[in-house]
Design a protein around this ligand. Structure first.
Ligand code: ADP
Ligand code: ZN
Length: 725
């Protein structure tokens, strides 16, 4: 008796907030392998999904719905699927939500549009005219061209070309509409490396050749040539036929980087970040999937690109907090890049002049290999760093720059050099206060002060973007002309600089006046070309840039980052100030850095002035180890929020009662978050602290499994939090 065979089924993961894949039937005639992109029915919709594996058998075979279509793109590589699973489990996000990060190029799954071009064949029309002859002569080289291109090159009308097509002398060919990806020239000679650089490069090449996982901390002072050195590893991976991913923390760094890459490999790499047009995203996504794009330079989301042959990841400025994705699926791109490399069995290079404490400890404990470049390249020396004690050398009333710093700037300008003032605060003034009643103007939707932006003539909330014109009268007491700006932002520093140095050419750099890579590129070019004398900027100027004429750097408020009490405040302040300092004196002329501080005795200031980075990191590590903070312990941040304050408080208390008891896990909170109100939502925080051996994900799942979250409440869980606001 013939046995009726069961339909073949596969499980399909759908990029929605769904925890698991669903089973679907593979109809006869369709081939759906693991990783295939498919269209499936979901309720009344048709939706894109990815075949995740064999069917689970959980659905009655008779009720299986069929896959409707298998898309004509290379299947998602297995290692990327495992990465999605891993990241979802680690960050406690639904797998579908993580998958969504991997298919964020809307057009990429549609067939590539083609354009019709024409090629000359050996057939001539019966009637030849001089115009037609010109087209034939042009097309003689056998290159395919569109009608328009042929007409333009031959200097004839489109009609002449069409006539030749009708006569069969020109035949159509389909050309892709997308620009191709140039091949990096791996044989190009690099700069001649110093012996230390050479030794580092050789080690990196060996790691790439070994074709297995290795994490290497490339720890070199600013200007030591880390980029030149890791380019050698990139060249090696490319020569081995592998793809390469270079992660940068910010778009602002891309333009200079692209140029350097071009200098070394004679072509531009593919770019991946939020400011690409969707068309360009499609091109890059497809180029990566098909293996045509060999090198991608990108922001953290580039980790989810479907590389079939990835063989090296470089994380540049690995200490940067910007690698932490703070919204939606929260993950740390540096840490996840290490996971990606380990799943793919290839090396990863973490590069920094100020390594994160996490990476430093990993190197210390032998989990990462450390390669050190102790000196600046060539004649450049590390800048001298001096603290200016603002208690003994205060600026004049209403000013922000100490006399000594002003004098140093004047000296630099007189010598034809550039100076830079750094203040990590956008806008004109961080606080607007009423002189009459003491009222402080706050955001109506957030617990934060509104920041005055004088160029825009507005008060702006830096948390939610709310903005309003600066009022004439105090909103509280009604007194006119009584509002005063308290404290400086970059715009106010720029105002003081313009008054003090009216002759100097001034550039203000902050995310408010630099939008998009284009404007960055132009600004950095102008600085390099010495079209600017004084730069005033936020953290945008702190990182990565190479300004050969910059010799004096002034940090307007070195204490700024120390004010917030989070566990990394000292570490981050140290890193940021060290990076800013690293902009000075990168060429022949030595650099001088001045830190304006009210706390010159603070450990961060002392370490910076004395150049004792390692001792500082060691002390920080010891302090964290004593109290079991990361990387010696685990943290989870939980935010409970609602538009209804009482509701949020009640739910948070309820949650606290359900927290499972576990040795080695302590739950702190709920407490009002430092940002107790954000975009109109009241926020309460928990902090879960555990020892390293605890499976914190299992703990959290047990806890959250107990809770039924009502629609009006949002609970966001942040594994390894970096923000505690
Ligand atoms: P880092 O990344 O460590 O800050 P870079 O790689 O940016 O250092 O190098 C600093 C500057 O020195 C760059 O302008 C770079 O081109 C130059 N440089 C570094 N190494 C060499 C070398 N071996 N030969 C010539 N120039 C070099
Ligand atoms: Zn706000």
């Amino acid at each position: 008796m013939p046995v009726k065979t069961l339909p073949k089924s596969v499980s399909v993961l759908i990029p929605l907030a769904l925890p698991a894949p669903y089973d679907y039937e593979v109809p006869d005639g369709l081939i759906a392998e693991p990783g295939s992109y498919v269209i499936v029915p979901l309720g009344a919709q048709q939706i894109l999904g990815v075949v995740w594996g064999e069917g689970t058998g959980e659905v009655d075979p008779k009720r299986l719905k069929p896959i409707l279509e298998v898309l004509d793109v290379p299947p998602m590589p297995e290692v990327l699927r495992r990465f999605v699973d891993w990241l979802a489990a680690y960050t406690l996000n639904p797998r579908g939500s993580v998958l969504r990060l991997a298919i964020r190029a809307p057009g990429a799954l549609e067939p590539q549009r083609m354009r019709t071009a024409y090629r000359l064949v050996d057939k001539r029309p019966a009637r030849m005219t001089p115009a037609r002859q010109r087209v034939v002569d042009t097309a003689m080289d056998q290159f395919a061209r569109t009608t328009r291109e042929l007409a333009e090159e031959a200097g004839v009308s489109d009609g002449v070309v069409r006539g030749l097509v009708d006569a069969g002398a020109l035949v159509p060919v389909d050309l892709p509409t997308e620009a191709p990806f140039p091949t990096p020239d791996v044989a190009a000679v690099s700069k001649s490396l110093s012996p230390e650089q050479q030794a580092a490069a050789t080690t990196l090449r060996e790691r790439v050749d070994a074709n297995r996982f290795a994490a290497i901390l490339l720890d070199g002072v600013t200007g030591s040539g880390k980029t030149e050195v890791y380019f050698e590893a990139v060249a090696e991976a490319l020569a081995q036929g592998r793809q390469v991913l270079i992660l940068l923390p910010e778009i602002a760094l891309t333009s200079q980087f692209l140029e350097r890459f071009q200098g070394r490999f004679h072509c531009r790499p593919a770019e991946w970040h939020s400011e690409l047009s969707s068309r360009e995203r499609t091109r890059v996504w497809r180029g990566v999937a098909e293996g045509r794009a060999r090198v991608v330079v990108g922001a953290r989301s580039a980790l989810f690109l479907p590389f079939p042959e990835l063989g090296l990841i470089v994380v540049d400025e690995e200490h940067e907090a910007a690698f932490k994705q703070e919204e939606g699926v929260t993950y740390h791109a540096r840490d996840m890049a290490v996971v990606r490399a380990s799943l793919g069995q290839f090396p990863i290079i973490l590069s920094s002049a100020t390594p994160s404490l996490e990476s430093a400890v990993n190197a210390e404990q032998g989990r990462y290999e450390r390669i050190v470049l102790p000196e600046r390249h060539g004649v450049a020396e590390l800048p001298s760093i001096t603290a200016i004690d603002m208690r003994t050398e205060p600026p004049e009333r209403g000013r922000w720059l100490a006399p000594r710093l002003v004098e140093e700037i004047a000296n630099a300008l007189a010598a034809g050099e550039q100076a830079m003032l750094f203040l990590n605060r956008r806008g004109y003034a961080p606080l607007t206060l009423c002189r009459t009643c003491g009222h402080r103007i706050e955001c109506p939707q957030c617990s934060s002060w509104l920041v005055e932006h004088r160029f825009r003539r507005e008060l702006v909330c830096h948390h939610c973007g709310y903005s309003a014109p600066v009022p004439k009268a105090c909103p509280s007491c009604g007194a006119e002309d009584s509002l005063i700006a308290c404290g400086p932002g970059v715009e106010r520093i720029a105002e003081e600089v313009a008054e003090r140095f009216p002759e100097a050419r001034l550039a203000v750099l902050s995310s408010d006046n630099l939008r998009g890579p284009q404007s960055h590129e132009e600004m950095f070019r102008a600085i390099e070309a010495r079209e600017v004398d004084i730069i005033v900027g936020t953290q945008i100027v702190a990182k990565g840039h190479h300004f050969p004429w910059l010799t004096v750097v002034g940090v307007v408020d070195a204490d700024l980052g120390l004010e917030n009490g989070d566990l990394r405040a000292a570490e981050r302040t140290f890193q940021l100030l060290q990076q800013v300092a690293g902009r000075a004196g990168r060429a022949e002329r030595p650099g001088r850095v001045f830190l304006q501080t009210y706390m010159p005795e603070h450990a961060v200031m002392r370490a910076l002035v004395a150049g004792k980075r390692d001792a500082f990191l060691k002390r920080e590590a010891e302090a964290r180890e004593r109290v079991g903070l990361p990387p010696f312990g685990r943290l989870v941040g939980i935010v409970v929020s609602s538009e209804n304050a009482a509701f949020a408080q009640k739910f948070a208390r309820d949650m606290a009662r359900h927290a499972p008891q576990a040795e080695e896990v302590s739950v702190l909170g709920p407490a009002p978050a430092p940002l107790a109100l954000l975009r109109g939502r009241t926020r309460l925080r928990f902090l879960v602290k555990a020892t390293r051996n605890v499976n914190i994900q299992a703990y959290m799942q047990a806890w959250l499994g107990e809770m039924k979250v009502p629609a009006a409440i949002r609970v966001s869980v942040d594994i390894d939090p970096y923000s505690f606001l």
